[in-house]
Write a protein that binds this ligand. Structure first.
Ligand SMILES: NC(=O)c1ccc[n+]([C@@H]2O[C@H](COP(=O)([O-])OP(=O)(O)OC[C@H]3O[C@@H](n4cnc5c(N)ncnc54)[C@H](OP(=O)(O)O)[C@@H]3O)[C@@H](O)[C@H]2O)c1
Length: 348
């Protein structure tokens, strides 16, 4: 076993409107930690990224889902790890876990009650490469599954509009709607390449490049009667435009607002919210961790669809812990396609 534990620690907080990147983190080499009684030492194999991570290290004190990460602390991050040493009777070396491991090679874990989102979740019957467990079967998959099917109440025969469609959550949400028998799945994405990928590889009906096309005009052409479900990952102008294209009794799922969060400045509300009244529509936000106890149920379904080839894992994997800050930055510049993960050590 190596003697150092490579880590990314928080160097400074992100200013409102600032792009998060390597300058906000400091590379550190700490001694390898030793587990005490009741603890386990876990080696990180791969880590996932999420736009929410910008919030944990942001000067913009909006209400966050989880506490901030202090300057000097190891950056928070979920991943898949393998137990390498255990002083806990329920954990054995070699077992795989999905856990909050932090941006580092090794972490000491003190197992918590299963209902805590910081608990270690055993990965049984894993899909390989293990980055898949972080993607389509991980938090992005869970967010798409519960957001679309529970919050959005999406049913076969309905139409779906999804923003940031070529990102992690969006690419799964669109595929789930297709599998569930959607009449139409339209994605919104930031490049022609991403739009082509959505249609040719993931089976979307069509995709609109919001950077080069007039989004409102294209949505009116593609779905004259509007969308039954609008799964919104970005907020801002795209949310507002989508609200003008709802079908009667539509459901708008507020999953995230990456366009607003990153822009800085005063947030403005969606002018088209009046459409909710005209269309007798419903708008609802959700936090995927509220479904934590039901993750195994969703994972069973998604794993089955993945294994029988209906659901594609669209992972975007960067090699090396060193690249973690760039992996996170890519979510805000649109450099990513599909679910972004970072490979820290080879699958055992
Ligand atoms: N509610 C929950 O519990 C929950 C859980 C997980 C994630 N989320 C949210 O779900 C959303 C997607 O998360 P993810 O992890 O799957 O990230 P992601 O979609 O893989 O990456 C973010 C994508 O957002 C797009 N984007 C970035 N800046 C933008 C801007 N200014 N305007 C429009 N689009 C922009 C980019 O795609 P383009 O190149 O297409 O612009 C980028 O690829 C985020 O808002 C996240 O906060 C919510």
């Amino acid at each position: 076993m190596p003697e150092v534990n490579r880590q990314w620690r928080v160097a400074r907080l992100v200013e409102p409107g600032e792009l998060i990147g390597p300058e906000h983190f400091a590379w550190h080499e700490a001694p390898l930690p030793e587990p005490a009684d009741g603890e386990v030492l876990v080696r990180t194999l791969c880590l996932s990224t999420s736009p929410a991570q910008r919030g944990y290290v942001s000067l913009n004190r909006n209400r966050q889902l989880l506490p901030d990460v202090a300057v000097g602390a190891v950056m928070r991050g979920r991943g898949i790890g393998v137990v390498v040493a255990s002083r806990h009777p329920d954990f054995a070396p070699g077992e795989l876990y999905d856990a909050s491991l932090g941006w580092q090679d090794y972490s000491i874990q003190r197992p918590r009650a299963p209902e805590s989102i910081f608990s270690l979740r055993r990965v049984t019957d894993p899909v390989r490469p293990l980055t898949t467990e972080l993607g389509v079967l991980g938090n992005a998959g869970m967010t798409a599954y519960f957001g679309l099917l529970e919050v959005g109440q999406f049913r076969g025969g309905e139409s779906l509009l999804v923003s940031a469609a070529a990102g992690g959550v969006g690419s799964v949400a669109g595929q789930l709607a297709r599998i569930r028998g959607a009449s139409q799945v339209i994605g919104i994405a930031g490049s022609d390449d991403k739009c082509r990928w959505l249609v040719e590889e993931l089976g979307f009906s069509a995709a609109v490049n919001y950077r080069t096309e007039d989004l409102g005009t294209r949505l009116a052409e593609l779905a004259p009667r509007g969308f039954d479900v609008f799964f919104d990952n970005v907020g801002g102008r795209i949310l507002d435009t989508g609200l003008a294209h709802l079908a009667m009794r539509a459901r708008v799922v507020v999953c995230g607002w990456i366009s607003v969060d990153y822009a800085g400045g005063a947030a403005t509300g969606p002018a088209n919210y009046r459409q909710l009244l005209y269309k007798r529509a419903r708008i609802e936000g959700f936090v995927v961790f509220d479904y934590w106890k039901r993750y195994p149920e969703a994972q069973r379904v998604l794993k089955q669809w993945y294994r029988d080839g209906q659901l594609r894992d669209c992972g975007h994997v960067l090699e090396g812990l060193e690249r973690m800050p760039l992996a996170l930055q890519g979510l805000f510049t649109g450099a990513n396609r599909g679910i972004t993960a970072c490979r820290v050590a080879p699958d055992p």
